[in-house]
Design a protein around this ligand. Structure first.
Ligand SMILES: Cc1cc2nc3c(=O)[nH]c(=O)nc-3n(C[C@H](O)[C@H](O)[C@H](O)COP(=O)(O)O)c2cc1C
Length: 372
């Protein structure tokens, strides 16, 4: 029987325990360049078995929120290098989350003020986050109506994911990458009927809707090795106005295909991201999903997330339901979360007013548990 505190080899990632820091956007990278404050924040949390960086844009077209870091410029890669060096010096492992937001963006963030891109020209009823450069004030704003990507542009998106992965590993010092195919962003938009109404080979059937996520994952695995590659999925989340008419067969098909790519891990958000783990009108069988992956030969670690507390996390690993458990908000307010879980110490509460944007407050100033 495995424990949450046992080590694990996930592909080429050698992890000292099964507790993972989930990707958390914090909007503290002005100019999309990571900085010393971010290095301090991640290094504080390096006792996690694995840190997943905040969503990081693979290109400027992939940007959807103010002050989100990128992986497409030399200064961004140098900025990340100080983060990964600090994490490694503190004994941690860190992968970056490769992000293309698709339609969840605003033209003011896009190259030359162009509209954002998406599978189909349908606006999401959802918000993005902008910061007024003059006043530094943040505000939520409606997304801009996107334009539909041309089929001829889609191989370029897979290329952009691969290029960002290569940059992340070769120049920014990451141990690997996670493709963000969850939460209603570009790859999830292609997967699901609620955002993909294409009638070419990138839409319609399940196989067609899975094509972009698979092409991008294949390209990344080829660029840096499947053993350093993970993918994040959210079969039923309503985040960012996304839905699918029949998610179970869609995701089982996707997982059977992913099984052939020899990935380090598959990361599944169960239920509504940051909300209920079960959604009455969107039922989903996660055990069947995992079975589909394993029966197709998938050997990657199975990572779960969403609303896990100590008891649920211990039980998930002990029962074999999961190999790794990712914690989001608890890691924001508890840099020493692994110790608190191990010793059953109480958690600090998080301050959601300081999630997005700002400086050290509500970021690097959460207290450690008293030395026992
Ligand atoms: C402030 C904040 C930022 C987030 N940013 C991201 C992100 O960049 N990428 C992503 O996949 N999920 C993101 N999420 C979702 C979390 O990774 C996680 O799925 C969610 O918080 C549920 O896990 P929890 O119950 O352990 O907090 C974010 C959540 C929060 C609260």
């Amino acid at each position: 029987m495995s424990s949450l505190f046992d080590s694990l080899e996930a592909g080429q990632l050698a992890l000292s325990n099964r507790v993972v820091m989930a990707p958390l956007t914090r909007n503290r990278a002005p100019g999309a360049v990571p900085n010393a404050l971010m290095a301090e924040y991640y290094a504080q949390r390096a006792s996690a078995g694995l840190l997943i960086s905040e969503g990081t844009a693979i290109t400027q077209q992939g940007q959807g929120y103010a002050h989100v870091p990128g992986l497409y410029g030399e200064d961004q890669l140098q900025g990340w290098k100080q983060v990964t060096d600090a994490v490694h010096a503190a004994g941690g492992r860190i992968v970056t989350q490769l992000w293309h937001v698709g339609r969840i963006s605003h033209d003011s963030l896009q190259p030359d003020g162009q509209p954002p891109v998406a599978p189909s020209a349908m606006a999401a009823k959802s918000k993005t986050y902008l910061i007024d450069e003059a006043t530094g004030q943040g505000q939520f704003s409606a997304t801009t109506l996107p334009r539909a990507l041309d089929a001829a542009e889609l191989p370029g998106i897979a290329h952009d994911f691969a290029e960002a992965a290569r940059n992340a590993v070769d120049h920014a010092g990451f141990d690997g990458v996670e493709l963000h195919a969850a939460n209603g962003y570009l790859l999830d938009q292609f997967l699901k009927t609620g955002a993909n109404q294409r009638d070419d080979e990138w839409g319609g059937s399940i196989a067609n809707r899975c094509r972009l996520a698979l092409e991008c994952t294949r390209a990344v695995a080829k660029a840096i090795g499947g053993g350093r590659t993970g993918i994040r999925l959210s079969p039923v989340t309503p985040a960012n106005d996304i839905h699918d008419t029949d998610p179970q067969p869609l995701f089982e098909h996707l997982l059977r295909q992913l099984a052939t790519l020899d990935l380090a891990y598959v990361h599944v958000i169960e239920g509504s991201t940051g909300g209920p783990r079960e959604i009455a009108e969107r039922p989903f069988d996660y055990a069947a999903l995992k079975n589909a992956y394993r029966e197709a030969g998938g050997k990657g670690a199975w990572m779960v997330n969403n609303g896990y507390d100590r008891a649920l996390a211990l039980a998930a690993v002990e029962s074999g339901q999961a190999d790794l458990v990712a914690f989001g908000r608890a890691f924001i307010s508890n840099p020493d979360l692994v110790r608190r879980l191990r010793e059953d110490l109480p958690f600090n509460a998080w301050d959601s007013r300081r999630f997005y944007g700002g400086g050290a407050q509500g970021y690097t100033d959460y207290a450690l548990a008293d030395a026992g």
